[in-house]
Every structure is written in C-alpha cells, then in structure tokens.
Design a protein around this ligand. Structure first.
Ligand SMILES: *[C@@H]1O[C@H](CO)[C@@H](O)[C@H](O)[C@H]1NC(C)=O
Ligand SMILES: *[C@@H]1O[C@H](CO)[C@@H](O)[C@H](O)[C@H]1NC(C)=O
Ligand SMILES: *[C@@H]1O[C@H](CO)[C@@H](O)[C@H](O)[C@H]1NC(C)=O
Ligand SMILES: *[C@@H]1O[C@H](CO)[C@@H](O)[C@H](O)[C@H]1NC(C)=O
Ligand SMILES: *[C@@H]1O[C@H](CO)[C@@H](O)[C@H](O)[C@H]1NC(C)=O
Length: 547
C-alpha cells in the first residue's frame, strides 16, 4: 500500500513537473490576489489620487522563502494599462514574467493577469513597482523579502522584528500631470517631499523594545533622489545588500540611491524614549528632509532635540561608503555553502561594453540617451517579437558597445549578447548629476567606481576578491562604475536609469541574452496565459493547457 502511494505520487510529481515547466512543483506555492485601484491619499497633507493595491498605500509586503513560487493575480481597476515589475527578482529563464513593456503586454483596464514568479536561489530585500506610464509617482510599490530556508545559516541572530522601510521622494502632483510635463518636453520638477512607508513627517513609527535588535529593509522607491538614512543616537549594522550578506560594518548614516535596497540591524540600546529617523536628499542644492519615529515600548517622552544632520552634497563620503561595502565570503547565501565560492575575479572577460548617458533636446523637447540612443518602445514587446519571430520590431545591435559621441537619435536599442559569456559593463557618467542604473534578470559584481574617465588601466584598481553583487548601482557625477557578470540567464532584460523621468524619456535599453537552444533548461516556454498585444495580437500560444 505504502509503495503504491509512493509510486503514484512519484508519477503525479513527474506529470506536474512536466506540466509546470515554469515552476518547480516541489517548492511551495504562495497565492496572492491583488486589486489595483485609485484611492485618495494625503501623505503630505494634501489630498491626491494614489494607486492602491488591495486598498493599501504602499502595497502589501510579499513575504517569501528561497525558491517559493509566487502566483500573483493582478486585477487592473485603473483607467489605464498597467504592469508590475519585480526589482531584483531574477525570473530565472523567464523574462516573460518580468512585467516591463519590453517583455510583457500591459494588463488592459478592467482585466487581470496572473504573474508566476519563482524566487529561485535568492535571499534578501527587494521591492515591486508599477513600470508603465509614470504610475510609480502614485504608488503601487511594496516590499519583497526572501527569507533563507530553515536550515541555512544566516550570519546574525534572528532579529526581534523585521521592518520594511520604503523611502522615496514624492510629488503632490497627480501622476498623469507629471507624465504630461514629460510628454510635453519639460524636465521633471523638483519633488515636494520625502515619504517613509507612504507617510510624511513623523507619520511612520517603528516600535522597539529596549535591549532588542531589529532588521530594517530599506529600499529607495522614489523617482530620482539619492537619500541618506540615519537614526538619532543610534548606529546601524549593515548586513545585506540586494540579496548578499555583507561584511558587517557599523554606520551612522547610509546613502540609498534611487532603486537600491539595503538591510541594517538596529539595536535599541538607548534610554527609553522616542528617537528621530531621518531621511534627506543627497546632492541637491535644496535639501529635502523628512522624519519618522523609532518608538521604545516604555517611552514616556516624544521625539526631542534637533534631528541629526547628515551629509548633503559631499560625494567623497558616499564613494567611500560604497567602496567599503563588501561580500562576507564565508557567510551562506541562498545555499548552505559560502558566498565566496564563485571566483568572479579569475574569469576572463569576453566583452567590454561602455555605456555613457547623455541628455539633450529634440524639437525643443527634453530627451535622455545611452550611447546616443534614446530608447523608443515599439508597440510589441521585444520578447514576444522574438518568440513569434515578428520582423520589424527591433534590430539586435541597434546600439553600439561604446559611446559614439554623436548626436542623440531615437531607436529601439537592443544590445545583442551571447548566453554564457562573461562581460564587463562600464557606466561612464560624463554629466554633472548622479546616476543610478538597474539591470533586470541579473546581479552584477560592482568591481570599481571612481571619478573621471574609465580606461583599461582602471582595471588595476578593481576589487576582484569580495565586491558586492547587486542589481542597482550608482554612478557618481563625472565618474564611472564598472561591473562584471556572467550572462547565465537567457531572455530580454531591461537595463535602465532608475531616475524615472530619464528612463521614461529614453535612458534605457534591453539586453538580449540569446541562444539558439530551445531547451527549457535554457529558457521556459511562453506562459500559457500570456497577454498578447501589438503585432503579436491573435497569435497562438500553442496547445499546452495547465489546469
Ligand atoms: C484572471 O483571473 C482568473 C481568476 O479570477 C484566472 O482564472 C485567469 O487565469 C486570470 N487571467 C490571466 C490572464 O492570468
Ligand atoms: C561573516 O560570516 C560568518 C559566517 O556566518 C560570521 O561568522 C562572521 O562574523 C561574518 N563576518 C563579518 C565581518 O561580518
Ligand atoms: C574621502 O573619504 C576617505 C574615506 O572614505 C578619506 O580617507 C579621505 O580623507 C576623504 N577625502 C577628502 C578630501 O575628504
Ligand atoms: C584567460 O586569458 C589568459 C590570457 O589570455 C589565458 O592565458 C588563460 O588561459 C585564460 N583563462 C581561461 C580560464 O580561459
Ligand atoms: C493543437 O492540437 C490539435 C489537436 O490535438 C492539433 O490538431 C493542432 O495542430 C494543434 N495546434 C498546434 C498549434 O500545435
């Protein structure tokens, strides 16, 4: 009897595995139903229209464990097409689920789409956000945490509690009006304030008990500003950056560039009272500041004294801090073995790509570009054009590997790369403002950053031992940042400025990581529920049926 059951379940498992090629049946499933709607919010004391998920602003946290399958059914109750993307969730072999317009058709108003994600071989702190039409200025973002599996050691004691801290600059203006500013050729205006978890000054409060230690997962979900995070009379211990455990260092303040995520531990080791949490803008002549509250359970006194001051325009502090962030090579990551077993510094580079940002105007309208190309989205997602072999949507190689110095022009920039190559990308920023770049589908080793022009000699100073792998890196004004990574994830992957007006007006491209193989070991088939649009409208998704 027992044998039979085992045999039957083994057979079932086998069938399920082959049907659900997209997800591993042995890994747990978590189901979410999300209703996306407009709703009134007043984070800065003025009522405005926000985008809510299940009535919440910010949206609900996603709590997951390494390898979980997340089945998220998103109902779009807005009056505009909508997409959610998952910053830092690598979508192994599955760029179809990435939720950016280059891979996925928008969910029409009144319709729904079920994302099937797997947080495969990942741990750490990330977030989701709406990727289309400047919706990010109205909400629909939230935290994603991926906990280690139970038997895998984490290099610090379990914290007493674990808080998501979403920080970001904020506008009182409706997202459609901000979008109109950009569509009509203007630059994005300066923000009105900064929010912490959707709250204005002293609205966000975090409860602590004296003597205990807490984890704070801080993500900058704003539209453009680098932000500094600090807590009155407390230090923070940096422990994790975008999925990697760091060498633990003590900080009095932390720079979080737009799009980035960090985990710090905070010990409630001060007298029982309330303390300011301060978030302020970096590298801006007018400094925006907001405060939240660290509330001790036995506190009898409200916050007092001046909120601690932080760095403002100083770059050297920020650069020094960035360089001090290292991987703890002996700590476990998503697997029980040490994180340092992958020796990225000993692999030969097969290609160097230098990407340089610029800005300019065409017909009096502001635009932004990478290697002189200002990205224009075609009507059909690039990934679907690839799948259905639709001609005329994009040309691989429509952007050069090196800056050309020529005038900015419009194109659908797709950088063609080979699966399994090991590449170097240098982000060369010749502009006088800070940049923040994000790559979907990957985590890259940030091997170096420095002022001036990058040259091959710059490699001599690279960190080839314990650089941090991450998915979003800053590039300081008139400076460069270099990253290394292995192209081990087939798909169409968005590389973009996290400065949201810049990506909206062309500072982005797609990395086409290509193979002729059609094996599901290399790439999963198109999802059976894929939405079709543009030139892919009406195409057949095949005969596969998943119950
Ligand atoms: C929309 O939601 C229904 C369940 O309410 C589900 O059966 C269907 O697959 C979803 N549509 C898509 C495209 O995922
Ligand atoms: C690195 O991780 C190991 C293993 O968990 C831990 O014992 C050690 O304290 C960590 N070192 C630092 C500097 O964070
Ligand atoms: C820049 O910061 C580093 C530490 O990161 C420090 O050693 C150096 O003195 C600083 N330089 C200036 C000019 O402030
Ligand atoms: C890397 O390149 C060097 C010099 O070109 C060569 O000697 C070495 O064999 C290469 N290593 C690998 C692993 O391909
Ligand atoms: C779908 O299945 C039907 C019957 O099983 C078959 O006749 C048809 O050719 C299949 N279509 C495709 C696109 O595979």
């Amino acid at each position: 009897m027992e044998l039979n059951i085992a045999a039957v379940s083994a057979l079932c498992l086998c069938i399920i595995v082959s049907l659900f090629a997209i997800t591993s049946a042995e890994d747990p499933y978590k189901f979410f139903d999300w209703k996306v709607s407009y709703g009134d919010i007043s984070p800065l004391g003025v009522r405005q229209q926000g985008i809510l998920i299940n009535g919440q602003f910010p949206g609900p946290d996603i709590n997951s464990v390494t390898n979980d399958n997340l089945i998220i059914n998103v109902f779009n109750n807005l009056d505009e097409p909508f997409l959610i993307s998952w910053s830092g969730i690598q979508q192994r072999r599955n760029s179809y689920e990435d939720g950016v317009f280059g891979t996925t058709c928008p969910i029409p108003p009144g319709k729904n789409f079920t994302y099937k994600l797997q947080v495969k071989d990942q741990i750490g702190s990330f977030y989701y956000f709406p990727s289309l039409a400047f919706h990010k200025a109205a909400g629909a973002f939230g935290g994603i945490r991926i906990l280690s599996r139970p038997l895998i050691p984490v290099p610090f004691p379990k914290p007493a509690d674990d808080y998501t801290v979403l920080i970001g600059d904020w506008y009182k203006t409706n997202h459609k009006d901000l979008r109109h500013q950009l569509d009509s050729g203007k630059i994005l205006s300066f923000p009105d304030g900064i929010l912490i978890n959707g709250h204005g000054p002293n609205g966000a409060s975090f409860n602590v008990v004296k003597g205990k230690t807490y984890r704070m997962r801080i993500s900058n979900v704003g539209l453009q500003n680098s932000l500094n995070f600090r807590i009155q009379d407390h230090t923070m211990t940096l422990v994790e950056v975008e999925g990697t455990h760091t060498v633990q260092t003590t900080l009095t303040s932390l720079d979080v560039h737009v799009g980035q995520s960090y985990s710090v531990l905070v010990t409630a080791d001060q007298p029982d009272k309330d303390y300011y949490i301060v978030v302020s803008s970096r590298f801006t002549s007018q400094v925006l500041t907001t405060t939240g509250i660290l509330h001790y359970s036995n506190s009898k006194s409200p916050v007092s004294g001046p909120p601690p001051a932080g760095p403002t325009t100083d770059i050297n502090f920020s650069l020094g801090q960035a360089r001090s962030i290292r991987t703890n090579l002996t700590a476990s990551g998503p697997r029980p073995n040490p994180q340092g077993t992958y020796h990225y510094g000993q692999i030969n580079i097969s290609r160097t790509i230098i990407l340089s940002n610029s800005q300019g105007t065409v017909n009096g309208k502001q635009i932004y570009a990478i290697n002189s190309v200002s990205y224009v989205a075609p009507d059909t997602p690039l990934k679907l054009a690839d799948h259905f072999k639709i001609e005329g949507v994009f040309r691989p190689g429509s952007i050069q590997d090196k800056p050309t110095g020529g005038n900015i022009y419009f194109d659908t920039s797709v950088l063609q790369t080979d699966y399994k190559a090991f590449i170097e990308i240098v982000f060369q920023n010749n502009e006088d403002i800070i940049q923040s770049y994000h790559l979907d589908g990957y985590s890259f080793f940030v091997v170096g950053m420095e002022g001036g022009q990058w040259t091959t000699d710059s490699r001599k100073k690279y960190n080839l031992q314990d650089a941090i792998p991450r998915c979003t890196t800053q590039v300081y004004p008139k400076s460069w940042t270099a990253v290394y990574f292995a192209l081990d994830n087939v798909g169409m992957w968005n590389l973009r400025s996290e400065f949201w007006a810049r990506q909206y007006l062309g500072q982005q491209l797609y990395l086409r990581v290509y193979t002729t193989s059609t094996s599901v070991r290399d790439e999963y088939p198109i999802p059976t529920n894929a939405l079709l649009c543009g030139k892919a409208t009406g195409r057949s998704l095949g005969n596969v049926t998943i119950a």
